[in-house]
Design a protein around this ligand. Structure first.
Ligand SMILES: CC(C)(COP(=O)(O)OP(=O)(O)OC[C@H]1O[C@@H](n2cnc3c(N)ncnc32)[C@H](O)[C@@H]1OP(=O)(O)O)[C@@H](O)C(=O)NCCC(=O)NCCS
Length: 215
């Protein structure tokens, strides 16, 4: 699992992206039993899903080591949002067939997603974009993918259900190639802007979202 990208964003968000090159069994042997419990393993039956699970825990282990944080496992809250056991550090994970990536922040909620632009996004754009965003996206699959990933990342940052993508999640107009864009989460009592950082890796769009730095 070579790390192909590791960086720190302006707001203390640390990112690591790994390329998956090992077999299922090699990956499993890299995880100590206190991090990968028998109960967790038993809960995932499909070998491909197990591989994704191993990779995501290994990338978090790698980031935690680089940041000098104790990592003793990940649990999930009632909505499925992952958190580090016995730590205030916040995290988010994404996996694709070839890559797994994670972000961590000392205190604030963060979110991330990694997707490949696909024609399918054109068919479902009305489900996740507002009227204004549909006009802005111009039927361009790369822009649509940035909108989609940004909204998935905002969803993960928020972490709760009952989020309507074309109503509660907003992405302000941006140009292709722009590395930092703005997202908004408007739900219940919350109305907040977030920075969204965009990377392109091997034909995939990777986005990371977190609070804007305090000035
Ligand atoms: C949960 C969800 C965000 C996962 O995204 P995905 O693209 O399928 O998969 P990814 O690989 O990017 O992310 C998977 C990770 O998301 C994380 N995740 C799952 N539920 C989460 C939640 N409620 N909050 C934050 N993170 C969550 C998990 O860490 C998971 O990895 P793990 O199982 O190894 O721990 C997605 O399946 C989902 O439910 N999206 C919102 C639903 C929706 O309404 N979408 C369409 C609107 S039109």
């Amino acid at each position: 699992m070579p790390v192909i990208l590791e960086k720190k964003y302006e707001n203390n968000i640390s990112l690591a992206v790994w390329q998956i090159t090992e077999s299922h069994d090699e990956l499993q042997s890299m995880l100590p039993s206190e991090i990968l419990t028998d109960a967790e393993l038993a809960a995932i039956s499909h070998p491909k899903k197990q591989t994704e699970f191993f990779c995501s825990r290994l990338v978090i282990k790698h980031l935690a080591n680089s940041l000098g944080i104790k990592y003793i496992g990940i649990k999930k809250d009632e909505y499925g949002k992952p958190y580090l056991v016995d730590s205030n550090w916040q995290m988010s994970i994404t996996h694709t067939s070839n890559y797994v990536a994670a972000v961590m922040h000392p205190t604030e909620a963060i979110g991330m997603d990694m997707e490949k632009p696909s024609e399918k996004l054109k068919r479902i754009e009305h489900k996740f974009l507002s009227e204004t965003e549909i006009i802005e996206a111009q039927n361009d699959i790369e822009k649509l993918c940035i909108y989609w990933s940004a909204k998935e990342a905002l969803y993960k940052l928020y972490g709760k259900r009952k989020v309507i993508f074309n109503k509660n999640l907003h992405v302000l107009p941006f140009d292709k190639g722009q590395k930092k864009i703005t997202g908004k989460l408007i739900i219940n009592e919350l109305n907040k802007k977030y920075n969204i950082y965009v990377e392109e890796i091997d034909g995939y769009i990777l986005v990371v979202c977190g609070s804007a730095p305090q000035v």
